[in-house]
Design a protein around this ligand. Structure first.
Ligand code: C2E
Ligand code: MG
Ligand code: MG
Length: 666
């Protein structure tokens, strides 16, 4: 038998019903609803069959009770016709099966009464006494022919039985006859009622089984849906996981291939997340990821973009775009949005105290043999490039950029052991002051030797060191080394050292520099830090604070590569640089075009108005030297003056010669 408890634990619609009704009453309501339409049709077809049969019995009326047939025959038509009319009306009005069945039951009972009452008046007593046995057919009709509910069936068949008993009073049968017929009717009543009860019980059992099967099917479907949901949902953030993202990517890709709908893929990676996890613990790490995930979802929602967790601390955003500038704009708002969350991250290697993200984006474009994997690859490379550019920034994939890949990973690993394994060194390039012709300073430039003996250029390894945070230790090392190699030995008055913005943001940078100066006994006045005005050199309060502290130590600041970034003029307005180094590209261009020459002159004029000492980089020959001299600048640097070179073994002896104190070449 069906377990009723299990029945109610079933699917939502089942539970809903059960909640709205209660226990057996609820079940009854459900049972009443069960197969309503089928029962309606059954009642209708049953009555349409029963009425003609009932009417056809007019012939037996003519045979057995012809003297009253003028009443019984119209009565048959009247009852049959009325019953069908009422039933059709109910059917058309969409009344429930129970009401239609009641009409059928009433039709049968009335059909019996309306036939019996005039029939009792017949003078053909003997014929009628046989004919009266047909009354049992009515009882069978309500109990067996129509699928009536037990209650309705028993009431209707009971009424037929009672009517029969009453007819015994009216019609004077013999006692044996009455006894025999009463017994016959009673047996009919009991047996047909019993069969009706059995049928109803069977029907109820079928109903329960059907319910159970239906609920089980629903549960299986729900379980299937839940499993599917689970398989495409990230358990931590509740957003779509990598599998779902891959499915979505395929869909976007199909649309792009078929209908040319361009889309962008953005990979968003939380900067220095491993450090965050290690320092704050996994629980906080999870919390951080959830906060970032929620913020991301909020940022991309107005654009209708999809967002998912693509890996540990990596998220993926996919959206339809028309041009790559839309992807860049979204990437930027993601970066700023996450930064605005202000989640503390004291352990970042670059010293910036909050959680940030780097974003790499790519937009589909027509390339022969393009593949979906390439799209992800491109976004990945753009992300890598964003990381390499100092993090907390965005990059859109540039197809003309050469891939970095394994070589960078290798360099990142070497940088970790570079100091300890003596793979890193400094070379120094002279800076000549034009007024005196003296070499007034040397610029310290870092060199990295790889394990196979070859070397990597600073243009390659410095961004990697910035990305991995290795630049901070390397930076301290460079300051200490420059102090020891040149300043302690008094080879030159001033050494300039390149300092990355990441170093300036590192907490305690100024204090650490002070301790190096104290340790080496070098005065801060003999050190200048060169900072590059690039896009990444943001003017932030922590950077300005650090610069201020370093200035207190006597350290001077030079602005390097002026003219290559966007922030140069803002920097010039904001702080005092002792020297501004004009990027070598301006001088090199000036050799080829008159317009560029004017531009160089204009730049020099602009900087001079700010009262800074001006140095032009990249002087490679006499003509260039003459040119810059004609502009009346203060200092020059370049291969023509001296190439970057390692310090001499006995530099003090060389110091007196003024120029070319270092070895000839790096
Ligand atoms: P920078 O500070 O502008 O250094 C000048 C670069 O120009 C050096 O390249 C130098 O070798 C090169 N150079 C000098 N004279 C000439 C010339 O006449 N013609 C040409 N074509 N080039 C010349 P290098 O050593 O490859 O350094 C590249 C950049 O790497 C540096 O640019 C600097 O931004 C960065 N870098 C080097 N050492 C360090 C360091 O210790 N710390 C940091 N943060 N950055 C460094
Ligand atoms: Mg420099
Ligand atoms: Mg420079």
């Amino acid at each position: 038998m069906v377990n009723m408890r299990r029945l109610w634990r079933g699917s939502e619609p089942g539970r809903e019903k059960a909640r709205s009704t209660s226990g057996a009453a609820g079940l009854r309501t459900l049972y009443k609803d069960y197969g309503n339409e089928a029962r309606r049709t059954l009642a209708r077809s049953g009555l349409w069959l029963a009425v003609p049969v009932y009417v056809l019995f007019l012939f037996t009326d003519l045979v057995f009770i012809p003297d009253v047939s003028d009443i019984t025959i119209p009565a048959r038509f009247l009852i049959g016709g009325t019953a069908l009319l009422v039933l059709e009306l109910q059917f058309a009005r969409n009344r429930r099966a129970g009401e239609l069945e009641a009409t059928c039951a009433a039709a049968v009972v009335l059909g019996y009464v309306v036939w019996l009452v005039p029939a009792l008046q017949t003078s053909n007593a003997e014929a009628f006494s046989y004919y009266a046995a047909f009354g049992a057919i009515f009882m069978m009709g309500v109990n067996l022919f129509f699928s009536l509910e037990f209650g309705l069936a028993i009431v209707s068949s009971g009424l037929i039985f009672v009517t029969f008993l009453l007819s015994l009073l009216e019609f004077h049968y013999s006692a044996p006859y009455s006894l025999a017929f009463t017994t016959f009717y009673l047996c009919c009543f009991v047996f047909t009622s019993y069969v009706n009860w059995k049928l109803n019980k069977e029907r109820f059992s079928v109903f329960l089984n059907a319910r159970e099967a239906e609920l089980q099917q629903r549960q299986a479907a729900e379980r299937g849906e839940a499993l599917l949901r689970l398989s495409i949902t990230d358990s931590l953030t509740g957003m779509e996981n990598r599998r779902a993202a891959d499915i979505r990517l395929k869909q976007f890709w199909e649309r792009w291939r078929q209908d040319g709908v361009t889309f962008a893929v953005l990979l968003v990676d939380v900067d220095f997340f491993k450090k965050y996890n290690d320092y704050y613990g996994h629980q906080e790490g999870d919390h951080c990821l959830v906060t970032v995930a929620n913020a991301l979802a909020d940022i991309v929602a107005p654009l209708g973009a999809t967002v998912g967790r693509y890996g540990g601390e990596e998220f993926i955003v996919i959206l339809e775009v028309e041009k790559s500038s839309e992807a860049l704009a979204l990437a930027e708002s993601i970066c700023r949005g996450i930064e605005a969350l202000d989640i503390m991250h004291a352990q970042r290697l670059d010293g910036f105290g909050h959680v940030t993200v780097s974003v790499g984006a790519t937009v589909t474009r027509d390339v022969p043999g393009g593949k979906l994997e390439n799209v992800i690859n491109e976004a990945d490379r753009a992300l890598y490039s964003a990381k390499a550019s100092g993090r907390n920034c965005t990059r859109v994939f540039d197809p003309n950029e050469l891939p970095g890949g394994d070589a960078s990973e290798n360099i990142a690993a070497i940088l970790k052991i570079a100091i300890q394994q003596n793979l890193v060194s400094l070379v120094y390039q002279p800076i000549q002051y034009l007024q005196t012709g003296e070499i007034g300073a040397y610029e310290a430039l870092m060199r990295l030797q790889l394990l196979d003996g070859s070397s990597s250029s600073p243009g390659v390894f410095i961004p990697i060191a910035e990305r991995t945070g290795a630049i901070i230790e390397l930076g301290y090392w460079a300051i200490r080394r420059a102090c020891c190699e040149l300043l302690i030995r008094d080879i030159v008055d001033t050494v300039t050292i390149n300092v990355s913005p990441i170093q300036l943001r590192a907490p305690g940078f100024a204090a650490q520099v002070a301790s190096i100066l104290a340790e080496t006994g070098v005065s801060g006045h003999r050190v200048a830090f060169e900072i590059t005005e690039g896009v990444d050199m943001e003017i932030r309060p922590d950077v300005l604070g650090s610069i201020q502290d370093l200035k207190q130590l006597g350290i001077k600041f030079w602005l390097d590569d002026f003219g290559t970034g966007f922030a140069g003029l803002s920097w010039l307005r904001l702080m005092e640089f002792e020297t501004v180094k004009i990027d070598k590209s301006f001088l090199h261009d000036a050799a080829n075009s008159a317009g560029a020459k004017v531009l160089l002159e204009d730049i020099i004029g602009l900087v001079r108005n700010r009262g800074h000492r001006i140095l032009v980089e990249g002087v490679e020959n006499e003509e260039q030297l003459d040119l810059v001299k004609s502009f009346g600048i203060d200092a020059v640097q370049g291969y023509h003056i001296g190439r970057p070179a390692p310090p001499l073994k006995h530099p003090i002896a060389v110091r007196q010669t003024g120029r070319h104190r270092l070895q000839a070449s790096a």
